[in-house]
Design a protein around this ligand. Sequence first.
Ligand code: MOS
Length: 737
Amino acid sequence: MSMNMNESVFPNQPRIDARDKVRGAALYAADQALPGMLHAALAVSTINRGEVRSIDTRAAREVGGVRLVLTHADMGEYKPAGHVLGGGFAFQSMQPMLESGIAYRGQPIALVVADTLEAALEAASLIRAKYEEQPFQVTLDAPARDIVPQQGSPLPQQMFADKVAGDADAAYAGAAHKLDAEYLHPPQHQNPIELVSTVAEWRKGVLVIHEGTQNSGAIRYGLARQLNLDPARIDVISPQCGGGFGLKNSLQMQTLLAAVAARKLGQPVKLVVPRSQLFHDASFRPASRHRIQLGADASGKILAAIHEADQQTSRHDLFPASYADMSARLYGIPNFRGRERLVRTDVQTPGYMRAPFEHPAAFAFESAVDELAGQLGIDPVELRLRNDTQADALTGKPLSSRFMAECLREGARRFGWSRRDARPGSMKAADGAAIGWGVACGAYKAATSPAIARIAATRDGRILFTVAGHEMGQGMRTAIANVLARRLRVDPRALVIQIGDTRGAPQHLTAGSWGTASVAPAADEAAQALLDALAQLAPGHDAALKPAEVLALAQRERIEAEVRRKAPGQPDAVYGRLQGGMPAPAGPVYPDFVSMSYAAHFVEVSVEPVTRRIRVPRVVSMIDCGRVVSPVTADSQVRGGVVWGIGAALREISEVDPRYGGFLNADLAEYVLPVHADIGHIDVGFIDRPDPLLNASGVKGLGEVAMVGVAAAIANAVHHATGKRIRRLPIRIEDVL
Ligand code: MOS
């Protein structure tokens, strides 16, 4: 367990759902075993682009126990839900099986429903289609007509235009010291342990969806559009989500199919998307290429930075990129120019994967900063400290709080950075392994989503609380419990916390590291509103009384309160978006300030002398996320982020074969991740100083900043160990032979 620099105001309380999870009592969507429930399986396209000419379903229908086979011919009455960034609800605008067109290999072409999973799988494997094939493109090397500059594109320009401060090109041209390098990040797939899955049932005309999601609101309103149904007749229930990481942040393609099948059959239907299909039918981190130019003076002051990124998108959607938003804000660089272009490829639409832009941007930018430090002969920690700032480089607004320098200084102290010999290849272990020490920083926007929170106290001692939020293993329920228990002075076991459930409060997307910063202040305000209501109920009551004791005194069974919270500067219209299942977050730019979280990562690598295998024996990560609300789950978040950064630097890549399309290594045997034996010592520390401006709880965000910069720190450490600068992830043995 790590130590915080300051004692947190919140107790080191265990996860409130830990016991249920360990005993298997926490139910995930696919754990539902409803009476009469049927099982579904998908048949998918074997070509990468074209059109289905005919589908032969006869053999499938003859399998014993098969109850239904659906193809696009049966789906004419349903509509797409639209892309979540285009006023819709889904991760891509194209809903498979509504038309005969094929946009990517692995796209579903038929759904089979049977009494058993085995029968459904067998029948799905017997479906044969005839196609008309068209040429396709799956790599970043696309013709010019398929490259779309974001500036001037149909995307909302206030968010996705070029990022400009000062005159970067002129300042770069005149700089005494220059660096110009290109970095490549591969496509990757997050693989939450809980597979993408839906259980759909119709209860007296009400569609009930059980699905692990980050966005039960989008599922409700997206399905309502697809099915032409009143949203009030759709309930989405997601008490647990077994990992989301951005993949489950909007309506997925299987939900409609399960709902239609359940309606046609009059029985509940379970559809679990197998791991291999997840690689093709859920979003992923797109490939990206980054050119970084830095211009500095001899003292190490960076005068100009230019960040140009090309990112893969699909042919049917523009999935916007925001790499320069992070690199522009990492330091106080007076002249900055960032531009992004999207490269159309024939894949499912890519999407958000933990630190979607910030992780690849930091790999590129923080590698470049390390290269610059080497060129100037300045220690890379010192170079970063010389470029620290307290104002936002893009807007000039003050930062609400920034303790990145403290992260660097405390991280260096814990790591023992002063013992580093700067010469590459100079540090050796006893067994001859080359030792490298690397550092890199990260930043991530501190965003906020609106919330309508409802709280009730009952005479039997329970506190019922509901708010927009999803428990994806990050510990949201525990954070809420910490806030409520502290304010109401009740035992956390008395709390009933309903989140991820459209039957409670209106549900908003939980993503972008805004979860705790949005629900903690809402929970605190709701608890205070409840205390105020109790004070009115029994004026002058003993302040030591519990809510249930006050209710008894007043002869009341129950008391309720509701609060609404939105980000600084947001209009009241955001509540309408919240109540319509639409994203409505704000940040990092607020009217009077800009708010970001920060990280500094220190990494040791060892490169084995004969095999050249790269190991990561130890990491020190210092984080500024404002106030830490739940020390146990915050520590775990950072640990997970660091492990993910190690995977991104040394293991993960979704392999593409330009001849056939699709992703080749579509399972957890061949999509290589770090295992327990790959992970050494991870020392996590928090600055734990409350942000004074963003919200009353002083909370910024944590989940994503935790991994931003880790991969760069590893690449920088590999350079320090071997003298080899690897500008393409993952770094492999053959790179350091
Ligand atoms: Mo997260 S990658 O913002 O859903």
